[in-house]
Every structure is written in structure tokens, then in C-alpha cells.
Design a binder for this molecule. Sequence first.
Ligand SMILES: [Fe+2]
Ligand SMILES: [Fe+2]
Length: 169
Amino acid sequence: MTTTTTQTTTPATASATIANLESAFAGESMAHIKYRYFAKIAREAGDEETARHFEATADQEVMHAFGHLDLLYPKSRLTPARALEIAIEGETYEFTTMYPTFRHLAVEEGNQAAVAEFDEQIAESREHAEAFRALLEKAAKRFAALAKVEEKHANAYQQVLDRVRAVAV
Ligand SMILES: [Fe+2]
Ligand SMILES: [Fe+2]
């Protein structure tokens, strides 16, 4: 999932601090991936020490990004279902809006490599969104089934309670 400042990743950006957390999160996330990429380049060039240093720093950037996410998406308000909804929203934005717009401009600029890359990303984002949606639907069915079981348990307890009360009277 891509996070950009143009994409709504949290419910209505209410304050400058929330907006700053969003961009700090984007920055740390980018640093993480960039350092992983630099590590790959360094390793391919035979510089293992530099590669490892980039990887270790990249791991720390992940923790920095998590710190921002803890504030943007407090765990107390985040369920797996909500996480899936947010992910679906992000992936859908990518394949319906972001990449098609980027692709259009790349065509205009005659950048065929970018057009091909954006096409791949559109397909991948759509696949990701579909997979997340399938999971969400599966989870919803599981919750519905669990609710039925809970209802049965509750009814059974009620019957026992009624019997106990009848005897007590
Ligand atoms: Fe994706
Ligand atoms: Fe950092």
C-alpha cells in the first residue's frame, strides 16, 4: 500500500500534528525502503559492510514509522477488520486514481518504461485489494457464525437460569 499526502489514510485530518505524523510516517517509510534498496546495491557491488549498515538502519526506520502509526491508528481503535478496510481503501486508491493519473502523464511524456511499470502496479494493487476484500468477507462470515454460537450459549444459560429460579421459588 502506498501512502501519499494526497491519500486519506486516517479519518479526516483534524490537526496540523496529525498531518505532520502522516508526513513523518511517509518519510520514515520511504527511508526504510530506500535503505533496503541501497543495501541491495552495496551488496551487489561487494560492499557487505555498507549493505549491513543500511539494513540495520532500515530496521530502525521501521520502528520509527511504527511509532507514528501508534499515534495515527491507536491499537485500541484498530481491529483486523478495520485494518483490512484501510488497506482496501489504500489499494483501491492506487489502482483507480493514483496510478491511472501517473500513467496518463507518463504516456504524455513518452516515458514507456514508467507506463509499463505503472501498468504492473495497477494490476498488483487490484490483486491486493481483491485479496484483502476476500479476507474481510471471510472474517465477516466467521464473526456471524461466532455470533450464532454465542447466541446458542446465551439461550442455554438462560434456560438453566430459568430452571434454577423455578426450583428456588
Ligand atoms: Fe499494494
Ligand atoms: Fe528515522
